[in-house]
Design a protein around this ligand. Structure first.
Ligand SMILES: Cc1cc2nc3c(=O)[nH]c(=O)nc-3n(C[C@H](O)[C@H](O)[C@H](O)COP(=O)(O)O)c2cc1C
Length: 305
């Protein structure tokens, strides 16, 4: 079940945090369209900039819920400063990634916020629950950016068997049927990244949005050669910088970056085949809602036969 803070959402959707893509414009547009907007703190170069963004978002969304994504890995030296800003600006939801949620739990719970920990397997899910997370983000096969390898059809029920808190599932969802499918697995909220990457309010450069629009899931390669962690990359963006996508997969490419990761080498999830334009976020959310209602009605008709 959705916690009270999320019960007013128009659609059970998280507009997922994306490095170098999500800024205040995307968060405000998504939240005001009725889904849960979010952004990663590392998109701000300094804590001072983060302070500014958090103020802009609070002013832009009123009482509606939104989320801040924090990297809690011990190499993030800015975390103590960012947590001071979290205590001040009180984002209703904090999503932790690439580390234990533990460093964020006390600060966020002190003002009544919720912590969702992104995890890619059951071992990390159990550890995050033990560390006090209120919810888990199950990053499943098909996700853009750093990806998981578990099918959501197996991942969600496996976690449900030991955790009855908030579950978010994502990976390759780019239409309303996918949202309905995510809920059918037993998740409460569905994370959608790549669909929102190709929108007017996203900070991705136009060529990146166009590459998402022009390509499909066969054009993706999953490689840990670029960042050290498995991530789903647009093959043509690797090729454009002299990296043979096949070598990236096989790890015969040594990871030496001829271009800036994420800025020049572009990531996307398997839903990109459903993305054929880059309109305003409000248009995407309208479509997702219609498709979702259509998918639920069609499913009900099929199972009632
Ligand atoms: C370009 C890109 C950048 C991403 N950056 C982050 C990030 O900084 N932090 C994070 O927790 N997840 C990040 N993700 C993962 C998304 O939050 C989300 O889990 C994923 O996009 C869902 O899969 P989908 O793109 O197929 O919808 C990123 C995804 C993409 C496509």
């Amino acid at each position: 079940m959705l916690p009270d803070v999320l019960s007013g959402l128009r659609l059970p959707v998280l507009c997922a945090p994306m490095f170098l893509v999500s800024g205040p414009e995307l968060v405000i547009a998504a939240t005001n369209a009725g889904v849960l907007g979010s952004f990663p703190a590392p998109n701000c170069r300094t804590s001072a900039e983060l302070d500014e963004w958090l103020g802009t978002i609070r002013a832009g969304v009123g009482d509606a819920p939104w989320a801040l994504n924090l990297v809690t890995h011990r190499t993030n030296t800015r975390l103590p400063d960012d947590l001071r800003l979290v205590a001040e600006h009180r984002p209703p939801i904090v999503i932790t990634a690439l580390g234990s949620p533990a460093p964020a739990v006390e600060t966020v719970h002190a003002y009544g916020g919720l912590v969702i920990a992104d995890v890619i397997d059951l071992r990390l899910a159990r550890k995050a629950v033990a560390a006090g997370a209120d919810g888990l983000g199950l990053v499943s096969a098909g996700s853009g950016g750093h990806t998981g390898s578990l099918s959501p059809l197996a991942f969600v029920p496996a976690v449900r068997s030991f955790f009855d808190g908030l579950l978010v599932v994502g990976g390759g969802v780019a239409d309303g049927a996918g949202i309905a499918g995510g809920l059918a697995t037993g998740a409460d909220l569905v994370s959608v990244g790549t669909r929102f990457l190709a929108t007017a309010e996203s900070r991705a450069v136009p060529e990146y949005k166009q590459m998402v629009v022009d390509h499909g899931p066969d054009d993706l390669v999953i490689s840990s050669a670029v960042t050290g962690t498995p991530a789903s990359w647009l093959g043509p963006s690797l090729a454009a910088h002299g990296i043979d996508p096949a070598a990236a997969v096989a790890r015969t490419y040594d990871g030496a970056a001829p271009a800036s990761r994420w800025k020049d080498l572009w990531a996307a999830g398997q839903g990109l085949g459903l993305v054929r334009d880059a309109p305003a976020v409000a248009v995407v959310v309208d479509r997702l809602e219609k498709e979702f209602e259509g998918a639920v009605a069609s499913f009900a008709r099929r199972v009632n036969r």
